[in-house]
Design a protein around this ligand. Structure first.
Ligand code: DON
Length: 319
């Protein structure tokens, strides 16, 4: 049995297929990494994760998934859900969201407060926490159940009905959620939040608590590689909207490390403090990598290294 596993719903794949060898190589190289970073400390239930865990999956448009290591292990998706929240709001509501959130890199940490006052309660982009709160607020208004809609999208696109919230993680974050509460209240004071702040925070913490595996997330992000088309061929986003989401991932998806991520990896990507990162090769495939040790900007150390090796070894990048 090769180390690389191939799961296919659609096509038959010979041996370890197109990406098997490269994933095996990346897994071996990653195992030799000494510097792994530390798990997120500010959400107590994430703090105990083992930084040596590592999984990686690549999904192709026909549903073929290649994976190595802990590629089927569910982990805390956290900020990765911000991409799916934005996609849902764009699909339901079009351009309106840009009245309340910008599209520029912030150059600041993901939970920073400082820019908000200078910029009148309008966050720089939808992937820092303040911007994600605006997006979830809008999704809550549009659907009445923002977190539920994100979970439904992940389940449908991954084909995994077991994807779910982790109430203990949401509670752990809520108990230490003063900074997100401050961001939300501050934006509410500018009229940029429509729902009661406690309701918004509950929805946001539920959304962030969703657990899914590398295989699930690589499949669920497929619409970003397929110009907005979902697994069943229907459009979640227009081609132009899919381009826009990918562009914001490239410029803002890894916070104040987005420049370095673009330099090293050369793909639209979105990280979460659970240690996951999704990345998109438009028109070709989607990736998800997970390793819980983070750098000081909140991105998985082994995850960024693995994506760097993937694009270097395969030559697949947007550049
Ligand atoms: O709001 C928070 O702080 C977390 N629920 C999510 C932050 C996050 O994942 C940032 N990622 N690198």
């Amino acid at each position: 049995m090769p180390d690389t596993c191939v799961h296919t719903d659609a096509a038959s794949t010979a041996g370890t297929g197109r990406f098997g060898a490269v994933l095996d190589r990346i897994e071996n190289e990653t195992a030799a990494l000494d510097e792994r970073g530390s798990p997120a400390g500010y959400i107590p239930l994430l703090a105990g994760a083992d930084p040596r865990r590592f999984g990686m999956a690549v999904a192709e448009p026909d549903g073929t998934v290649y994976g190595v290591g802990d590629w089927q292990q569910p982990f805390s998706t956290q900020s990765i859900t911000k991409v799916f929240a934005l996609a849902l709001v764009l699909s339901l509501d079009g351009e309106r969201i840009w009245q309340g959130v910008g599209r520029e890199p912030s150059g600041n940490p993901f939970n920073s407060l400082v820019q908000l006052e200078y910029e009148n309660g309008v966050p720089r982009n939808p992937f820092i926490n303040a911007g994600a709160l605006v997006v979830t607020d809008r999704l809550q208004t549009l659907t009445g159940d923002a977190a539920g809609r994100i979970r439904e999208l992940l389940r449908t696109e991954s084909g995994n009905p077991a994807i779910d919230f982790t109430p203990a993680i949401a509670a752990s974050e809520a108990a230490h959620g003063d900074r997100n509460a401050a961001l939300a209240h501050f934006m509410a004071s500018y009229g940029n939040i429509a729902n009661p702040v406690p309701d918004l925070l509950a929805a946001y913490f539920r959304q962030c608590s969703i657990e899914a595996s590398c295989a699930d997330l690589a499949l669920a992000a497929g619409f970003l590689a397929q110009h907005g088309l979902q697994a069943d061929g229907s459009a979640l986003l227009t081609r132009s909207q899919a381009k826009q989401v990918n562009a914001i991932m490239l410029t803002c998806g890894t916070y104040d490390a987005a420049g370095d991520f673009a330099y090293r990896v050369g793909l639209p990507g979105k990280s979460g403090v659970g240690g996951g990162i999704i990345a998109v090769v438009p028109g070709m495939c989607t990736l998800c990598v997970w390793s819980p040790g983070l750098d000081r900007r909140g991105n998985s150390v082994a995850g960024v290294a693995a994506l760097d090796r993937f694009t270097t070894l395969t030559g697949l990048s947007v550049f």
